[in-house]
Design a protein around this ligand. Sequence first.
Ligand code: NAD
Length: 462
Amino acid sequence: MNISIFGLGYVGAVSLACLARDGHHVVGVDVDPAKLELIAAGKTPVVEEGMVELMAKVVRSGQVRVMADALQAVHDTELSLICVGTPSAPNGSQDQSAVLRLAEQLGAALRALQRPHVFVFRSTLAPGSVEEVLVPILERASGKCEGRDFHVCFQPEFLREGSSIRDYDQPPFTIVGAHRPEPVARLRTLFGHLPCDFHSTSIRTAETVKYGCNNFHALKITFANETARLCEALGVDAFEVMDLLCRDTQLNISRAYLRPGFAFGGSCLPKDLRATLHLAKLHDVELPMHAAILASNRTHVEHAIAKVLGTGRRRVGMIGLAFKTGTDDLRESPLVAVAEHLIGKGLSLLVYDPEVHLSSLLGANRRFIEDRLPHIGALVRSDLAAVVAQSEVLLIGSSDKRTLEAVRRLATADHVVVDLAHIGDTDDLSARYVGLAWGDPRRDCAEAVASERANSGQPPQT
Ligand SMILES: NC(=O)c1ccc[n+]([C@@H]2O[C@H](COP(=O)([O-])OP(=O)(O)OC[C@H]3O[C@@H](n4cnc5c(N)ncnc54)[C@H](O)[C@@H]3O)[C@@H](O)[C@H]2O)c1
């Protein structure tokens, strides 16, 4: 393939060398003449293991050209990878000045082009940038239409400096965000041979996944480092602790606990986090990330309360009360916190939980509910149908299958379902749906179909 690469920093230079090595004809473009001169001389502009030899080899092979002329580069190629820097601005926002300037140039280059071109944004970009900012610039500057005269997609780059050639050849996965199948097919030709899964998704999702990955990596590093500082104070070997922690691939290094849902609670996580923070205080150890966890969890509870209040309805039926489905443990259940708050706001509340029978609650569990919600007995009902019938809002905090099936059956078009448990499919739900931190699958699906139709030129269905 004939490929142009814009921005010859770490990402662009490594991509240029690897794509040329794999037999493609590559044109490198940068605004920095020193980088162009280095590459033209077969030298690498970035310090990376293996790059000295690889760059010398690919430049010698004649597969690589460099130039400063963006117009020429677009005209000489069929696909462009955009790898310019997107650093932090002083206020923390993303400084997109380089990519915005470049988009103007690429659009101008497109104006005189007779065949469709594919632009692949590989720079890390704030979600929404490609669709809301870059495509409009390309269309305005070219006078052409995305999807018809040219294609755009976003393919996040996952290489790490220091091991970037290895990471190029063995990425964790390939993700391509695109509106249409054509650019995805082109990138499958380029990267489909790599030993990893290839996923195509929406542009905005791909942009967001890149941020999610980097934030998750930062979170993991900080977790290990805070754990080490605490271990140091306790005279415990942090490496052994983290090594053993990572050996649990069931709950720790796994998908467990990584599905969005409601706040955590129960008799273990909140109390053990509090005890960890207390221990740290005793030893003068600062654990700001650990300290932020409980505050963030409370924010999630407040978010749920805001969603219920946002419905404007006053009669709430809470489905689920225990801290998680399948238990009757009410201690530190975030649903209890929601119930308290709603009652405090003067809303009328009824509660149904298939596992909670007040008469059989024992010990600490019973004490907790008597201390926190002494009047809970008056609110709990054993008849789900009665709760649904007397409520305007159904606040779903349980994922119990049988209960959810019954709620789906009983809810009418007059109800609003506020879903804290992510009940999934809403097709058979006649009620209005409000997700805690996600949309209504029915609406998302309808929007996807409408956008697919718009893109394929078919008239919208009414
Ligand atoms: N460095 C990494 O390990 C890494 C990994 C994944 C993603 N990313 C992302 O990839 C992007 C590039 O990162 P990088 O580290 O390679 O950046 P970099 O700063 O090393 O290189 C960017 C290059 O773009 C050039 N440039 C600026 N404006 C240009 C223009 N109009 N036309 C042509 N070239 C232009 C600059 O001169 C520079 O050489 C960033 O968005 C970054 O967040 C970086």
